[in-house]
Design a protein around this ligand. Structure first.
Ligand SMILES: *Cc1c(COP(=O)(O)O)cnc(C)c1O
Length: 395
């Protein structure tokens, strides 16, 4: 290895470890369900994004296996050459129906989708107003577009209005876009979309909502845009097929001409192979299940409310979540890591989330209850939380 690289890696890894910021990855020996196995140990799982338990749903497994039997394991090419299977088309039609839009385009992941969609429309002559807590993939997608990035304070509508006005009146930009997460994943709060849309109308902004954590969760499952009834006002509805949908992939839902443009101009669609037949079939099935019934969604919210109330009653700071996402804010990074480690030893898997994923000094253990958890599992987790909280002097 090059001496320069060796020194760079040693110094930086050492620094992260000393600061308690080095993340150890624990491979699972089981499906990512409500109970998981790591190194032979059984744990109650409060860290997945598998909100509705669909990652292990028998109906999805069945259509995935049928897709493998009929089409094989790979799409064989990028979508624009001949990697578009009828399964991909069906998936996109299903997404459009689910989101109440004219059309949709599917990508390989939500991350990839933000890399693709922003820079297909925005360039160096444009500006993007971006919530300071937006997801990393939005930040990277904005940077890739070379547009001027103007950050506004988190969900601060006065700040957004002021910055939108300045940008518009400066006359410096051809197009201006506002981008926000639909649901903010670290705190579980919902974007103020009605106000954002109002400001967008006032200053002629393109509206881009990445609802990765909202889809399948808010709006009885249909997502945050539908929750507010703003399907006509939001230009880009972004989502992922990897969280509540339980598979993998990302998408944009919107007007047909927007989707037509993305199909000829978004680079990951043109230059990276499509998701596998099994993925496309399973994701379409998951969305069909969501459109047919709110049963899983109802159970998710019920479990979310139950866990939240339980942690609050114990005396934990659970922040201001409006969704099933339930942070337990500890503060200090090292104490947060220790708390998570002790939960693990006692049989609860709830991952520590620290800087740089969240601001310094706001380290937290984030709990993701799902539709697949039972009350018994949540009660058991709560009793472990109580024990460890008291032991570490947090309660
Ligand atoms: C998780 C997430 C993504 C990435 O989605 P993947 O499909 O896992 O790549 C993108 N945007 C937001 C807001 C997310 O929360």
């Amino acid at each position: 290895m090059s001496a320069v690289l060796e020194q760079f890696l040693n110094e930086n890894l050492q620094e992260l470890k000393e600061k308690g910021l080095y993340n150890e990855i624990d491979p699972l020996e089981s499906p990512n369900g409500p109970v998981i196995t790591i190194k032979g140990k059984t744990l109650i799982n409060l860290s997945s994004n598998n909100y509705l338990g669909l990652a292990t749903d028998e109906r999805l497994k069945k259509v995935a296996m049928e897709a493998v039997a009929k089409y094989g394991v790979g799409a064989g090419a990028v979508r624009t050459i001949n990697g578009t299977l009828d399964l991909h088309v069906k998936l996109e039609e299903t997404i459009a129906k689910f989101k109440g839009t004219e059309a949709a385009i599917a990508y390989q992941s939500g991350f990839n989708c933000n890399m693709a969609a922003i820079s297909a429309v925005m360039d160096k002559n444009d500006a993007i107003l971006s919530d300071e807590l937006n997801h990393a993939s939005i930040i990277d997608g904005c940077r890739l577009s070379k547009a001027t990035i103007i950050r506004f304070n988190h969900s601060d509508m006065d700040d957004l209005r002021k910055k939108a006005k300045e940008a518009k009146e400066s006359g410096k930009y051809r197009k201006i876009m506002v981008i926000t997460d639909g649901v903010f994943s670290m705190d579980g709060d919902i974007a103020k979309l009605p106000e954002i849309v109002e400001i967008a109308k006032e200053f002629d902004l393109i509206v881009y909502v990445d609802d990765a954590h909202g889809s399948g969760v808010t709006g009885k499952g249909a997502g945050t845009v539908k929750h507010f009834g703003l399907e006509k006002e939001v230009d880009f509805q972004i989502g992922t097929l990897s969280k509540a949908i339980g598979v993998v992939g990302g998408y944009v839902a919107g007007k047909k001409n927007l989707i037509d443009w993305l199909k000829v101009r978004s680079r990951p669609f043109l230059f990276s192979t499509a998701v596998t037949p099994a993925d496309a079939a399973a994701a379409a099935k998951a969305i069909e299940i969501l459109m047919e019934s709110t049963e899983l969604n109802d159970r998710l919210w019920e479990n979310g409310r139950y866990l939240k109330q339980g942690l609050k009653d114990l005396g934990f700071d659970i922040g201001h979540s409006e969704t099933p996402i339930t942070p337990c804010i500890i503060g200090d990074e090292k104490l947060t890591q220790l708390f998570s480690k002790r939960l693990y030893e006692e049989g609860v898997y709830a991952k520590a989330i620290v800087y740089p994923t969240v601001p310094r000094g706001t380290g937290r253990v984030r709990n993701m209850p799902t539709a697949a958890h039972t009350k018994e599992m949540l009660d058991q987790a709560l009793s472990v939380y109580e024990k460890v909280g008291k032991e570490l002097g947090i309660l």
